[in-house]
Design a protein around this ligand. Structure first.
Ligand code: SF4
Ligand code: SF4
Length: 389
């Protein structure tokens, strides 16, 4: 946002990396006696963790500096997210892992599930068998069973009880938080964007950790600030900046170089379609279902991750996003050696080029700075294709 504009959330953490706010929050929760549980993935059923009165802690996975330590054990030609995650654990430098008393993991891609084996003996690590044919009836049944097993793991490990009523309450809390977060995202659909990708990223990051009760004042303040920005004619970028939708692999930490390049090239990012962005808040949990665990299961199986097959929901979600946020171009970010997102990229390209007639660019990258010049050239060429408004 331009100099002198009031931050979206005007508190002591304004302008700081989002990890700082999260870490301070988790430390306070631990001091209050709450248990902290580490998570790595968009399939971690947060509502069950919260129903146990525990706090999810998003573990570090986005720093180039831990890759070398990761590569001492893992193959170099593995996704940087996995190498960085493992490197953090190996070098004991992830403060979120240090605070966590257990880790919840899911069988998403091969690299991740094998990495979990390597860390399973450090802290209690509960691996959930994620069905990968999400539209089949058995997937619903099996994932519901896995979510119930997670509840059993938390109950046994932390000697607690999780009632169905508490799960139902967390479903309602998640729906309320998602509704308010989506009201914030809606401002990015305006012709002139009154918020930045960094502001969206910070909110979505904190939303993974904080309870809805603790998020409410932040979201209400953000909505009031956005309304004021619109009333005052404050916007990000230029009035005719090319609008960019970024989809694909999770992008955080050192990988946010992509977002910075897009902005430096004159684009504004109107939607972050990944698990580190708005994707985690796109769905809705059925309230008052006969079995709240099944409601949680249904919602998570709708997450359109490339580990699913077929993953047609990714394309239908993109249709909704494109129609609402009206990007001029689509950039698909694929982390090195992420085969599922890489292969799926050709489907996404065909879809957005033929159905939406939008220019598309796939960027394959890691966490290093070595490809910044080359990416900048490609992004600049893409944005030059956008006709002046
Ligand atoms: S992209 Fe898939 S595997 Fe990665 S965090 Fe999201 S849901 Fe999990
Ligand atoms: S980016 Fe791809 S390879 Fe890396 S952890 Fe996620 S799904 Fe696995």
């Amino acid at each position: 946002m331009k100099e002198g504009i009031e931050p979206l959330v005007n508190d002591e953490f304004a302008g700081e990396p989002p990890t700082k706010r999260c870490l301070a929050y988790l430390q306070t929760q631990r001091e209050k006696g709450k248990h902290v549980v580490g998570i790595y993935c968009g399939y971690a059923p947060m509502e069950v963790i919260r129903a146990a009165d525990m706090v999810p802690s998003v573990l570090c996975a986005f720093d180039d500096k831990t890759i070398a330590a990761g590569e001492e054990v893992l193959p170099a030609n593995l996704c940087p997210l996995i190498k960085s995650s493992y490197g953090f654990i190996k070098t004991d430098t992830c403060p979120f892992y240090a605070l966590s008393e257990a880790v919840i993991a899911e069988t998403t891609c091969d690299g991740k599930k094998k990495m979990f084996e390597l860390i399973a003996d450090i802290k209690p690590t509960h691996v959930m068998d994620l069905p990968q044919l999400p539209d089949q009836k058995e997937a619903q049944d099996n994932w519901t069973t896995m979510i119930r097993k997670l509840a059993g793991f938390l109950e046994t490990t932390f000697k607690t009880k999780i009632s169905d009523d508490r799960v139902e309450q967390e479903i309602k809390n998640a729906n309320l938080r998602n509704k308010l977060l989506n009201q914030v995202f809606d401002f990015a659909a305006l012709p002139s964007m009154p918020l930045t990708w960094q502001e969206v990223y910070d909110l979505t990051y904190f939303g993974q950790v904080a309870t809805t009760k603790d998020m409410l004042p932040i979201l209400e303040s953000a909505l009031a600030t956005l309304q004021k920005r619109v009333a005052d004619g404050v916007y990000h970028g230029e009035k005719d900046s090319p609008r960019v939708l970024v989809t694909g692999c999770p992008v955080g930490g050192d990988a946010t170089k992509i977002f910075k390049i897009i902005e430096a090239a004159g684009g504004v990012i109107v939607y972050l379609d990944s698990c580190t962005g708005m994707k985690a808040y796109a769905g809705h949990f059925e309230e008052g279902a006969p079995d709240p665990y099944r409601s949680v299961s249904r919602r998570y199986l709708e997450v359109p991750c490339s580990c699913m097959t077929p993953n047609d929901r990714r394309l239908s979600e993109l249709d909704i996003i494109i129609n609402k946020f009206r990007p001029d171009v689509i950039i698909d970010v694929v982390l090195h050696a992420c085969h599922s997102y890489n292969i799926e990229s050709s489907k996404v390209k065909t879809h957005v080029e033929t159905i939406h007639k939008k220019p598309f660019l796939r960027i394959e990258t890691d966490y290093s700075q070595s490809d910044v010049g080359q990416i900048r050239t490609r992004v600049e060429a893409l944005l030059e294709m956008v006709p002046k408004k």
